[in-house]
Ligand binder design. Sequence first.
Ligand SMILES: [Cu+2]
Length: 242
Amino acid sequence: MLSFITLAVAFATIISTTTAHYTFPNLLYKGVQYPDYTYIRRTWNYQNYYPLFDITSPVLQCFTSGSFPNPGTLTVSAGDTVGFTVSGRIVHEGPLLFYMAKAGFRQTAASISGAGNVWVKINETKPVVTDVPTRLELYQWPHYNASEVHIQIPPCLPTGDYLLRVEHIALHIAFEEGQHEFFGACAQLKVVNGGNGVMTPLTSFPGAYSSDEPGLLVDIHRNWTLPEEYQVPGPEVWRCGV
Ligand SMILES: [Cu+2]
């Protein structure tokens, strides 16, 4: 009986990791979890959780369809940490990235689309090299199976309105070109107590990625001898004081 239950659980796990996907519906700040899409733009896949494959689509900006009004904007301090819940958990292997885009003169976080050369990458994760004798899928990627993800707003970020874009790129079938799966969302933030950082380099969506780059066309299951050399897609991470 015990073995039957164990088998059933194992089977259910396999089903969920092969069919389930994920979204980022709730913003987390100072111990509060805000209701779905209160400060996060409602994504195109908020019901079906589908992955986005097309890296030439403007949907890549904020994963929105344009069918819903923009949400509210949350005030946060530079240097604080904010988070996103993961509905469905991150059930694929791949890097987690964060970008920010500043609203320009007479713009607000709610008024900007995320189009144009406006995005700076503020964080990325690489696979972790470890000697633990576990299947690669279960330990190599820091956010595998995460139910929330967190990011520090750069302390030197200038005061102003921003989009904060979370992105997870699933690579489990990326050994075939174009089979990278993109998941993500944008939060609207008003950043106060900011600094004098100069955000660089700026990039655009679409435009930041190409289907044949080594971070998006990669077999993470075979010939994976040097995961620490994995090249996360997109520009260099901008860091305060650099
Ligand atoms: Cu998938």
